[in-house]
Design a protein around this ligand. Structure first.
Ligand SMILES: NC(=O)c1ccc[n+]([C@@H]2O[C@H](COP(=O)([O-])OP(=O)(O)OC[C@H]3O[C@@H](n4cnc5c(N)ncnc54)[C@H](OP(=O)(O)O)[C@@H]3O)[C@@H](O)[C@H]2O)c1
Length: 274
C-alpha cells in the first residue's frame, strides 16, 4: 500500500524540489499550492494529487483535508512560508500580523486539520519547517525571527503532547537558494521609503544584494535541502531537529559558545549596524 505525504507551498523552492524526490522514493504526494496552476507542469501519475491550499484560508484547508480522507496519509510537511523583514522601529503591526498569519497560525491550522488523518497511520510524522532563525535572531528580520521561534515552540509542545503517536521534526535550514529572497523584496513594499533619512537607509538599500550574495555563496540548493527532508520522511526513527547547512550548524555553534556581548557585536558588524 502506498503511503502519502502532503506538502504545503509546492509552487517553488524547497517544497517544489521535494515533490519529485518523494515520488522517486515511492511516496504518493499531495502537492499543494495557493495557485494550483503553478503545479500544472508536474508529471501526472497515480502517485500525485494536486490540490489548492492557502494556509491562511480555513475553507481551503478544510477542503484539502476532505480531499485526503481516502489516502494513507503518513506525513505532513508544513513548508509554506515567507520572510517579512525590516527594522522593528519601522515595522507596521499589520505586517507582523500577516507574518504570523502565514508562518504560525497557518502552520498550526494545517497541522490541526491533518492530525486526525495522520493519527490513523503507524509511524506518521510531521515536518515543521522553521529556520535556524527559530533558534537565534538576526537583526532586521524581527517578524521572521519571531514567527520561526513560535514554530519551534509549537513543534516542541506538539511533540510532548502527541509525539509517541506522530513524530514531530523541527526543520532548521540556514540559507537556501529559492524564491525566498525575491518574495522578501516584494513583501517589504515601501520599506525603502520608510527608511529614507533614518540610520537604516543605507543598510536597507544594500540588504538584498548582501543576502543574495550570502545565499549564492553559502546557501544550499532547494534540492539539496529537500533531500535532507526526504531522509527524515523515510527514517525509521525521525530526528527531533534537522539542522540543514553548514551556515546553520556553525551559527548555532557560535551562538552557544560565544559570550552574548561578542555574539551581538559580531551580528552588528555583519549587518553594518555600527
Ligand atoms: N530559503 C531560505 O533561505 C530558507 C531558510 C530557512 C527556512 N526557510 C523556510 O523554508 C520554507 C520554504 O521556503 P523556500 O526557501 O522554498 O521559499 P520559496 O521558494 O519562496 O517558497 C515558499 C513557498 O511558500 C508558499 N506560500 C507562501 N504563503 C503561502 C500561503 N499563505 N499558503 C500556501 N503557500 C504559501 C509559496 O507560495 P506562492 O508561490 O503562492 O507565494 C511558496 O510555494 C519557508 O517556510 C521558509 O521560511 C527558507
Amino acid at each position: 500500500m502506498r503511503h502519502w505525504v502532503l506538502i504545503t507551498g509546492c509552487s517553488t523552492g524547497i517544497g517544489r524540489a521535494l515533490v519529485p524526490l518523494c515520488r522517486a522514493a515511492g511516496w504518493g504526494v499531495v502537492a499543494t499550492a495557493r495557485k494550483p496552476g503553478d503545479l500544472a507542469n508536474l508529471p501526472p501519475g497515480e502517485d500525485l494529487r494536486v490540490l489548492p491550499l492557502d494556509v491562511t484560508d480555513p475553507a481551503s484547508i478544510a477542503a484539502a483535508a476532505g480531499a485526503c480522507v481516502d489516502l494513507s496519509l503518513k506525513a505532513l510537511v508544513n513548508n509554506a512560508g515567507y520572510a517579512q523583514v525590516g527594522p522593528l522601529e519601522l515595522l507596521r503591526p499589520e505586517e507582523l500580523r500577516a507574518q504570523f498569519e502565514t508562518n504560525v497560525i497557518g502552520l498550526h491550522a494545517v497541522t490541526h486539520a491533518f492530525l486526525p488523518l495522520l493519527r490513523r497511520e503507524p509511524g506518521a510524522r510531521i515536518l515543521q519547517v522553521a529556520s535556524i532563525l527559530g533558534r537565534m535572531s538576526a537583526p532586521l528580520a524581527g517578524p521572521y525571527n519571531a514567527s520561526k521561534h513560535a514554530v519551534v515552540a509549537l513543534a516542541e509542545t506538539l511533540r510532548l503532547e502527541v509525539g509517541r503517536e506522530v513524530a514531530v521534526v523541527v526543520v532548521e535550514p540556514g540559507a537556501v537558494q529559492s524564491e525566498f529572497r525575491a518574495t522578501l523584496a516584494r513583501v517589504w513594499g515601501d520599506l525603502p521609503e520608510r527608511a529614507r533619512g533614518t540610520r537604516y537607509e543605507a543598510i536597507i538599500s544594500g540588504y538584498l544584494a548582501h543576502r543574495n550574495h550570502q545565499a549564492g555563496r553559502h546557501g544550499l540548493t532547494s534540492e539539496a535541502c529537500a533531500r535532507r527532508l526526504l531522509k527524515a520522511l523515510n527514517a525509521e526513527h525521525p530526528p527531533r531537529r534537522l539542522v540543514i547547512g553548514r551556515d546553520a550548524f556553525w551559527a548555532g555553534f557560535a551562538k552557544a559558545l560565544l559570550p552574548a556581548a561578542w555574539w551581538e557585536g559580531l551580528l552588528r558588524r555583519v549587518y553594518r549596524l555600527g
